[in-house]
Design a protein around this ligand. Structure first.
Ligand SMILES: [Zn+2]
Ligand SMILES: [Zn+2]
Length: 134
């Protein structure tokens, strides 16, 4: 059975699959012409319900949305709040552990926290700048 989704929801889905990254509702809204905020929020809610889109409330930005796809974990930068995909799969391990407690896992979300590549580089540069000044 194929779930019925509105043309607006199709467009939201299109943006997410095209960009293939984590977008806030505002960013999705910006990429779509002529669609109201309420419609985009409703479409995102529906797509999340259907399991086509995942909502991630991680990082310092508002919730981000991504296309539900293969299991991967997320890295959140504590400095810029950006969310990155890390191609690692803990799903089997987590599913097994949950099964031992009698739970049935649908999907697994693992988040790593730290400093991203870009922020690491700029903090290293800032450090060396202060070091040469003294
Ligand atoms: Zn960062
Ligand atoms: Zn992701």
């Amino acid at each position: 059975m194929k779930a019925r989704i509105s043309p607006q929801a199709q467009m939201v889905l299109g943006i997410l699959s095209q960009r293939c990254c984590h977008l806030t509702a505002e960013e999705i809204l910006d990429s779509l012409d002529g669609i109201g905020a309420a419609t985009v929020y409703r479409a995102l809610e529906r797509l999340t319900e259907l399991g086509l889109v995942r909502k991630l409330s991680i990082g310092r930005k508002s919730a981000v949305y991504e296309l539900a796809r293969g299991n991967h974990l997320h890295f959140v930068c504590r400095q810029c709040g950006e969310v990155y995909d890390i191609p690692a799969d803990f799903c089997g391990m987590v599913c097994e552990a949950a099964k031992c407690c009698g739970h049935q896992t649908q999907w697994v979300e693992v988040t790593a926290h730290g400093l991203c590549k870009g922020c690491r580089q700029s903090s290293l540069q800032a450090e060396s700048a202060t070091a040469s000044n003294s």
